[in-house]
Design a protein around this ligand. Structure first.
Ligand SMILES: O=C(CO)[C@H](O)[C@H](O)COP(=O)(O)O
Length: 181
């Protein structure tokens, strides 16, 4: 696979992630602090790796920052990217199988070499739709609907949504703000 890897810090564990991926036979493209001349900050570096996925230049991304939180947020702002912050192998497998994640966000602070290897093993061992049930598929499809819907009302699934507490019950007309006043 072609993997885009970003980090906001040039930490040994980020370099180790690149080496682990190469050792597993992946082609790695680096961004941020791992590449001369790139803006390293987490919002920019994770965005760059995520855009490589969105454009089709990479199959998946691994985005790193100290906590992993900012990098995952930035990656998730790029349409088509589903980034999951994973701190263990179970979460990594679940993110791939149940949520069809295409970007792995990692915390540089938390990772040891051993944990990194476990997470990558689980991430890449998980078949894309192995063990994915109809509910998972519906959830994954809804991610796309959320991304493409300009408003909640226009989301394809809005009609099937359970009524919210504030919504009028069926057959009861809504009371306008002026009527309440
Ligand atoms: O974990 C992070 C964001 O989620 C960053 O790595 C952390 O905040 C450090 O960033 P900076 O050096 O820009 O303050």
């Amino acid at each position: 696979m072609r993997i885009a890897v970003s980090s906001d810090m040039d930490e040994p564990i980020a370099r180790q992630a690149v080496e682990e991926l190469r050792r597993r036979g992946h082609t790695v493209q680096v961004f941020g602090a791992l590449r001369d001349g790139d803006r390293a900050d987490w919002a920019w570096s994770a965005e760059a790796a995520a855009r490589a996925v969105a454009s089709g230049a990479a199959d998946q991304a691994v985005v790193c920052c100290w906590t992993g939180a900012g990098a995952s947020m930035a990656a998730n702002k790029v349409p088509g990217v589903r980034a999951a912050l994973c701190g263990d192998a179970y979460s990594a497998r679940g993110a791939r199988v149940w949520s069809d994640a295409n970007a792995l966000a990692l915390s540089l602070r938390l990772l040891s070499g051993g944990l990194l290897a476990e997470i990558l093993d689980a991430w890449f061992a998980a078949g894309a739709d192995q063990d994915r049930d109809a509910e998972d598929r519906a959830n994954i499809a809804h991610l796309g609907a959320i991304e493409s819907a300009p408003s909640p009302e226009s989301a394809p699934s809005a009609q099937n949504a359970p009524p919210s507490e504030n919504a009028p019950a069926a057959g009861v007309s809504a009371v306008s703000a002026s009527e309440r006043a």
